[in-house]
Design a protein around this ligand. Structure first.
Ligand SMILES: Cc1cc2nc3c(=O)[nH]c(=O)nc-3n(C[C@H](O)[C@H](O)[C@H](O)COP(=O)(O)OP(=O)(O)OC[C@H]3O[C@@H](n4cnc5c(N)ncnc54)[C@H](O)[C@@H]3O)c2cc1C
Length: 434
C-alpha cells in the first residue's frame, strides 16, 4: 500500500525537521490493527524498528506501533552524528564506579555498536548518506585539553579506540575557528541522514513482514494469561510479548519506566545554502563536531555539503519558534564569526531520553521488555539495543549485553526532574561561562 506522506509539524520551517524534505514521514494509519500478534512493539523509532526487523526475520508476527507517524520522534530529528557512545563517559570515572572489567565490557560494547550500524547499513544497502567522516570534539576551556588527552589514551588502552589530539596551534587543519582550545579526532565516527536511515530500516522491517501502524498510541498494557493485551487508540491486540521503545517520549504507560526517564529537549537549526567555499573553509574535513561544554553544541554540514546544521539546548520558553532559535544562531556565530547574520532556513526540536545514571538500559519489568535511555547518543545505540532486546525475546544467546545487569535507578524526586531540567541547564551554562 502506498502510504500518505505527512509532516506532523505541517510545513512550518520552525517545527519541521530539515530531514523530512528528503524523507517525509508516512502516516501508516490506514490498515486496521490486527487483534493478535507474537510481539507488539511500542515506539517505532530506531529501537523499535531495529527490534521489529530482527523479530520479523525470525518468523515472528510483529506489530510495530507509534503514537504519531513512525519515526517522528527523535529518530528523524537528530543530528545524524554516529558514534560509539563512549565519549559520553570519562573512562577513569567509569572504572572507579564500576571496576575495570565492567568498564572495559561496556566500552567495548560501545565500539561494537558503531561497527554494527555501519555493517548493517552496508550489508542491507540502506541509502542514507552514511559516511565515515570522523568526529572532532573541541575543548571549550584550555584545561579540558590535557584531561581529554588522558581520557582518549584510557579509551585506547581499555577499549582499543583509535583517536588523536589536535593542539590549538594546528586546529585550523580541522576547523575554520579559533574558538576551541584544541580537541580530539575520533576517525571511526560517522554521519548519516537520519530520516533516510529510519525510512530504510522501516522498509526492511515491513519487507520482512512487520505490521506497522501509526497514530496508534498504546494506552495500556495488561496481563492476560501467559501474555498481554495492548490497548491502543485504534483497538486492542492480544500478544505473547511486548517491547517498550519510547525513549524520550516515555509517558505513564509503564510506571516503572516513567520513574526512571527524564525528557530533555534538544533543537537544531539549518542554515540556508551557504556561498560556495564556506563549508570547505569552516569544516574542511566535513566531519561531525561537538564540544566539551556541559551545555554542549554539536554541528555538521548537511549531506549535500551546502548548509550547516547546528544543534544544542534551547530550554523553556526559547523553544519552538524563530525567536527561540536565534539563541542557536548566536552560538554558531560565536564559533564561526563569519556566519553572524547568515540566513537560517528553519529549526526543529525533539525529545532526548536521559537516565539518572547516564546509562542506556534494557531489560524486562513485569514481563514487559524495554530498551531506552540513550542520553542523546542513540543513532548507533538504539539500533544495537533494538537488536539485542529482540534477540532476548527470541531467547537467542546473542541477546546478552554488558548492559544487562546494570541497576536502572530512579530518584526520590523523579517526578520533579522534568521541570528541573531548565534550572539545571541554567546552572550548567553559568558554570560553562565562568
Ligand atoms: C534534536 C536531537 C538531536 C540528536 N542528535 C543525535 C546525534 O547526532 N547522534 C546520536 O547518536 N543521537 C542523537 N540524538 C538522540 C537519538 O536521536 C535518539 O537517542 C534515538 O533516536 C532514540 O531512538 P528511539 O527509537 O529509542 O526513540 P524515538 O525515536 O524517540 O522513538 C520513540 C517513539 O515512541 C513513540 N511513543 C511514545 N509513547 C508511545 C505510546 N504510548 N504508544 C505508541 N508510541 C509511543 C513516540 O511517538 C516516538 O516516535 C538526538 C536527539 C534529538 C532530539
Amino acid at each position: 500500500m502506498t502510504e500518505q506522506a505527512v509532516s506532523p509539524g505541517g510545513t512550518d520551517p520552525w517545527s519541521t525537521p530539515y530531514w523530512w524534505q528528503a524523507a517525509p514521514r508516512q502516516r501508516f494509519d490506514h490498515a486496521p490493527l490486527p487483534d493478535r500478534a507474537d510481539v507488539v512493539i511500542v515506539g517505532a523509532g530506531f529501537t523499535g524498528t531495529s527490534a521489529a526487523l530482527v523479530l520479523a526475520r525470525a518468523g515472528r508476527n510483529v506489530v510495530l506501533l507509534d503514537s504519531g507517524a513512525p519515526g517522528q520522534g527523535a529518530s528523524s530529528r537528530n543530528g545524524g552524528q554516529v558514534g560509539s557512545g563512549n565519549q559520553k563517559f570519562k573512562v577513569a570515572a567509569l572504572i572507579a564506579q564500576r571496576g575495570e572489567a565492567k568498564a572495559t565490557a561496556l566500552l567495548r560494547e560501545g565500539t561494537a555498536m558503531l561497527g554494527h550500524i555501519g555493517d548493517l547499513i552496508t550489508r542491507e544497502g540502506i541509502a542514507c548518506d552514511y559516511t565515515i567522516c570522523g568526529r572532532f570534539r573541541g575543548c571549550v576551556r584550555p584545561e579540558h585539553y590535557d584531561a581529554m588527552a588522558r581520557d582518549m589514551e584510557d579509551l585506547r588502552r581499555v577499549a582499543g579506540v583509535t583517536s588523536y589530539m589536535v593542539p590549538k596551534a594546528e586546529q585550523r587543519r580541522e576547523i575554520g575557528s579559533d574558538y576551541y582550545h584544541g580537541g580530539s579526532v575520533l576517525p571511526a565516527d560517522a554521519s548519516l541522514h537520519p530520516g533516510k536511515y529510519h525510512g530504510g530500516l522501516l522498509d526492511l522491517a515491513r519487507a520482512a513482514g512487520a505490521s506497522v501502524h501509526g497514530f496508534a498510541a498504546a494506552t495500556a498494557i495488561t496481563r492476560d494469561g501467559p501474555g498481554f493485551v495492548v490497548t491502543t487508540a485504534r483497538g486492542r491486540i492480544a500478544t505473547r510479548n511486548v517491547i517498550v521503545a519510547t525513549n524520550g517520549y516515555t509517558g505513564d504507560l509503564v510506571p516503572h519506566l516513567r520513574r526512571r526517564m527524564v525528557t530533555v529537549h534538544s533543537a537544531i537549526i539549518a542554515s540556508e545554502p551557504l556561498a560556495p567555499g564556506v563549508i570547505d573553509r569552516l569544516m574542511p574535513k566535513r566531519r561531525v563536531y561537538g564540544c566539551t561544554a556541559r551545555v554542549f553544541h554539536y554541528f555538521r554540514p548537511s549531506p549535500d555539503g551546502t548548509r550547516i546544521l547546528w544543534g544544542g539546548r534551547v530550554g523553556g520558553a526559547r523553544r519552538g519558534d524563530a525567536q527561540g532559535y536565534r539563541h542557536l544562531a548566536a552560538e554558531m556565530a560565536r564559533v564561526f564569526p563569519e556566519l553572524a547574520g547568515a540566513p537560517i532556513a528553519g529549526g526543529w526540536s525533539g525529545q532526548i531520553g536521559y537516565t539518572f545514571d547516564d546509562m542506556p538500559h534494557l531489560g524486562v519489568v513485569d514481563g514487559i521488555h524495554y530498551a531506552l535511555g540513550y542520553c542523546g547518543t542513540g543513532v548507533s545505540r538504539a539500533t544495537w539495543f533494538g537488536d539485542k532486546i529482540a534477540k532476548k525475546v527470541l531467547g537467542d544467546p546473542d541477546g546478552a549485553s554488558a548492559f544487562d545487569d546494570l541497576i536502572f535507578p530512579s530518584h526520590p524526586f523523579w517526578f520533579a526532574a522534568r521541570s528541573a531540567v531548565p534550572w539545571v541547564e541554567a546552572w550548567y551554562r553559568l558554570r560553562d561561562s565562568l
